[in-house]
Design a protein around this ligand. Sequence first.
Ligand SMILES: C[S@@+](CC[C@H](N)C(=O)[O-])C[C@H]1O[C@@H](n2cnc3c(N)ncnc32)[C@H](O)[C@@H]1O
Length: 332
Amino acid sequence: MRPSAAPGSAAARSATQAFAGDIEYYLTLTPRQLPSHYLYDALGSALFEAICELPWYRITRAERALLASRGDDILAHVDPLRTLIELGPGSGEKLAALVEAGAGRLRGIPLTVHLVDVSASALDLAGRTLGAVNPSQPIEIVTHQATYETGLVQATAHRRSAGRTLVAFLGSNIGNFDPPGADAFLRHIRTALAIGDCLLIGTDLVKPEAELQLAYDDPLGVTAAFNRNLLVRINRELGADFDIASFRHRAVWNEAESRVEMHLVATRRHQVRIPDASLEMTLDEGETIWTESSYKYRPQAVVRILERAGFTLVEQWIHAEAGFALTLVEAT
Ligand SMILES: C[S@@+](CC[C@H](N)C(=O)[O-])C[C@H]1O[C@@H](n2cnc3c(N)ncnc32)[C@H](O)[C@@H]1O
């Protein structure tokens, strides 16, 4: 597996510069905001894994159960599968569940798995999870510490010429894109694939507000820590002086836009300096920094956006209790 950028290396310096540029740009927008992928440094990834264990965050268990029960059907449809690409694998446990469930379909023929994630620690964990799957199934693991867009280009450039490719985009990661962004990104995936290749996408569904509220603002405060850790990261990496105690986590269901928004709310008027992003700002009491949107879908809407992007529905499986859909489509 490829290691992440070494501290002090040219790659690490350019990642820090890009981070600083984004912080300066997004924090001066109205309303102030931050791109959600910056939530995932090593601590952010660990906190996300803790969120997945919470009783109120049900979608991880629901999707894993669907993959375990339908994995064989999924891999039967993409036979002969030779290249598997996961965008944002987190722990890699879901992909492992899929490969384990469909191991018979792979018949021990080598499979190349490309893992694309901005988080070095997630890639490390996912690589180890996949590496431990099934000794009789040879798996070559290639990691790409990159955004979805860049990593997908890198991964498809190196896909095996024989057999078919499956892109997995699980955990409702698509929900972090706004609707035009989701359309554009699904088209980008379609363009990267050949006819007959497939996309497996997991989407969280619209559900009662009280359930969404608990999933994004849990009574243990783990999601709050996940959100506030973004400020800890900016302090550490860009020399900022955010007073973490002066921000509270807020999750709100925006029904008109069909999304849960996460914000960090300043609890007092104060100044913040971020020297490495050349930024000084005054936050008013109650002012928010918008850190993440998680759009929720209806099952038919998922099919429509995939069809608009140039895919044809193979099958959709719904976990009714948790309100989660797993949709398999083919590039046609
Ligand atoms: C919500 S977690 C889901 C993880 C896993 N798919 C699951 O279902 O448990 C999102 C994952 O995608 C990664 N990620 C988030 N935004 C990303 C982006 N724009 N490009 C690449 N990776 C991203 C995060 O580091 C994290 O590992």
